[in-house]
Design a protein around this ligand. Structure first.
Ligand SMILES: C[S@@+](CC[C@H](N)C(=O)[O-])C[C@H]1O[C@@H](n2cnc3c(N)ncnc32)[C@H](O)[C@@H]1O
Length: 265
C-alpha cells in the first residue's frame, strides 16, 4: 500500500504520540519537533519512517478504524472500539446483512457496520439531528470513501417508521425501549437487536420492556473492561490508568410469531 495525496496518514513519534493528517501535495505537518512535508510521505509504502526538520523519526501508517474514530471530529460521543468489537461479534454482524441503526451520532458505529456487512449488505440509519447526520456522513466518507449502501433517514426512531426488513438492529440512543415497536416491525424473525447504553438503570428498563414481550428471547447484557499492561524490563504490571467505564451492551433475539394451531380437517 503506497501513500497517495488525499490519503489519511497516522504519524507516530518515538514517544508513541499519534497525529492524524490528510496528505496534500505542497502541505506540511508541523509539531513540537519540527516539520514533515507531506510530499516526503506521498509515494512511500505504509509503515515507512520519515525524519522531521527537528531530527525526530516518525513512523507513518494508514490509520486503522480505531485510530481514525478516536481522532475524527465528533458531534456526539462515539461508541468506543472495544464496545464496537464486542457488539459486532455478539450481534453476529455478517457480510450481506441488512441493518437498521439509530442514532448515527458521529458515525463511528455506522462505519464499523458498513465494513462488517460489506457491499452486499446495507445500513439504514435513523438520526434526528441534521448537524450530527452531516458530520457523520463526512466522517464516514472520509474514512471509507463513497458509500452507496448507507441510507440516512432524518426522523425519530421513537415514532412510527417506514417499514423495511432487516437482519440486525443497533441502537445507541437514550431511550431504546421507545424504539422497540418500530424495531419489532422491521426485524425479521431470528434477527438480533443490540443496544449500547451508558447507565445500568437504562439497561434495567430496556431489559424489563424486552422481557415483557414474549417475542423477544435471549435478552442479556454485558460490559467490557479493557485493562492494558505496562511491560518494560522487569516491570510487568497492569497500567495505572484505564477507561473504567463506557457503557453496557444489551442483546435480544426476535422469535417468529406463534402460529395459530392448525385445525384438524
Ligand atoms: C451517542 S450518539 C450515537 C453515537 C454513534 N453510535 C457513534 O458511534 O458515533 C446518540 C445519537 O442518537 C441520536 N438520537 C437520539 N434520539 C433519537 C431518536 N429518537 N431518533 C433518532 N436519533 C436519535 C442523537 O441525535 C445522537 O446523534
Amino acid at each position: 500500500v503506497i501513500f497517495e495525496a488525499g490519503d489519511k496518514a497516522l504519524l507516530i513519534d518515538r514517544r508513541g504520540r499519534r497525529y492524524l493528517v490528510t496528505l496534500r501535495s505542497g502541505s506540511s505537518f508541523h509539531f513540537h519537533r519540527g516539520i514533515v512535508k507531506h510530499d516526503a510521505i506521498i509515494g512511500l509504502p505504509d509503515g515507512s519512517h520519515v525524519v522531521s526538520t527537528g531530527s525526530e523519526t516518525l513512523t507513518v501508517f494508514r490509520p486503522t478504524y480505531a485510530d481514525y474514530v478516536l481522532k475524527m471530529p465528533r458531534g456526539a460521543q462515539v461508541i468506543y472500539p472495544k464496545d464496537v468489537a464486542i457488539l459486532l461479534m455478539q450481534a453476529d454482524l455478517y457480510p450481506g446483512a441488512r441493518v437498521l441503526e439509530a442514532g448515527i451520532g458521529s458515525g463511528a458505529m455506522t462505519m464499523a457496520l458498513l465494513r462488517a456487512v460489506g457491499p452486499e449488505g446495507g445500513v439504514i440509519a435513523y438520526e434526528q439531528r441534521e448537524d450530527f447526520a452531516e458530520r457523520a456522513l463526512v466522517n464516514i466518507t472520509d474514512f471509507l470513501g463513497k458509500v452507496d449502501n448507507l441510507e440516512i433517514r432524518m426522523a425519530s426512531i421513537y415514532e412510527p417508521i417506514e417499514k423495511v426488513e432487516v437482519d440486525r438492529a443497533v441502537l445507541d440512543l437514550p431511550e431504546p425501549w421507545r424504539a422497540i415497536p418500530q424495531i419489532r416491525g422491521c426485524l425479521r424473525p431470528g434477527g438480533i437487536l443490540a443496544c449500547f447504553l451508558p447507565t445500568i438503570l437504562q439497561v434495567q428498563r430496556l431489559t424489563q420492556e424486552l422481557e415483557a414481550d414474549p417475542r423477544w428471547t435471549s435478552v442479556w447484557s454485558q460490559e467490557t473492561l479493557t485493562r492494558t499492561w505496562h511491560i518494560e524490563g522487569p516491570s510487568v504490571r497492569p497500567d495505572h490508568r484505564m477507561i473504567a467505564h463506557t457503557g453496557f451492551l444489551t442483546f435480544a433475539r426476535l422469535t417468529a410469531p406463534v402460529a395459530e394451531p392448525r385445525s384438524k380437517e
